[in-house]
Ligand binder design. Structure first.
Ligand code: 1GP
Length: 250
């Protein structure tokens, strides 16, 4: 189970690495190559999803990936249309940094029969968007205001509220293609004060940034854009999470 492993990472103060594939940007034909790169690098998860979904090839992408890899596929859906039983687990997102009722409960009600019937492992996720220095697709599409990047205390209260509501994990995201990733100060503020796993993503471009995020307490670091530009980064980024784990062990 994906959540069992995430909880173990949190309990042991460890980190893992997730590659985000946007089905609008990657072709099914590329998924086997991506799977082999992920296998070789020891990637922990493949996240699948995007804020749009114009190419309806997500199921085929997942099938192709799974034909080459046992790495769990976790849906990170931009809309209920992206929920598919071909994956292993679903980040069941509530956009708790926003005040858009549709993304707090509305879409959940509408998609409940589909989610219940999917057979997916459902991971209740408090999704927090932080200002990444540029208007990202997610902030525009969600019609919400991100948390200011220099207000870690607001992010913490939001994460606490999610935890108190029973969310399984918190996802702290500055949005895909963010100019400024979430700060280590904010990551540390949350990770040291919540008891549930912390996922971090948005605008992370270098293995060193992955390392710093993990050191600050991220349990999963997610990278999409940078890997689309240079898939060979997968190896060094996955390695960075492992280096932090050995640093904590010693
Ligand atoms: C976006 O956290 C993810 O929601 C990943 O962002 O594509 O910028 O790596 P990038």
């Amino acid at each position: 189970m994906v959540l069992t492993k995430l909880n173990a990472l949190k309990a042991q103060n460890k980190s893992g690495f997730a590659v985000l594939a946007d089905p609008d940007k990657i072709a099914p034909a590329d998924m086997q190559h991506l799977a082999r790169l992920c296998n070789d690098a020891g990637v922990d998860y493949l996240f699948m999803g995007g804020s749009l979904l114009m190419a309806h090839q997500m199921e085929l992408c997942i099938q192709r990936f799974k034909s080459e890899s046992d790495i769990p596929v976790v849906l990170f859906p931009g809309s209920p249309a992206q929920v598919t039983p071909y994956a292993d687990a679903l980040l069941y997102l509530s956009l708790i940094s926003g005040r858009n009722p549709d993304l707090l409960i509305g879409q959940h009600v509408a998609s409940a029969p589909q989610v219940k019937g999917s057979g997916l492992e459902v991971i209740s996720t408090g999704y927090i968007i932080v200002d990444g220095g540029i208007q990202t697709t997610v902030s525009y599409m969600s019609n919400t205001t991100p948390i200011p990047a220099d207000k870690p205390e607001i992010a913490l209260c939001t994460a606490w509220a999610g935890e108190l509501q029973g969310k399984h994990v918190i996802y702290l995201d500055s949005g895909s293609g963010a100019r400024r990733p979430v700060s280590e100060e904010m990551i540390h503020k949350l990770s040291s004060n919540i008891d549930i796993p912390l996922i971090v993503g948005g605008g992370i471009c270098t293995p060193d940034k992955v390392y710093q995020n993990c050191k600050a307490g991220a349990n999963i670091v997610v990278v999409g854009n940078a890997i689309e530009r240079d898939p060979l980064l997968i190896r060094d980024m996955a390695q960075a999470t492992k280096a932090v784990n050995s640093y904590h062990e010693n």
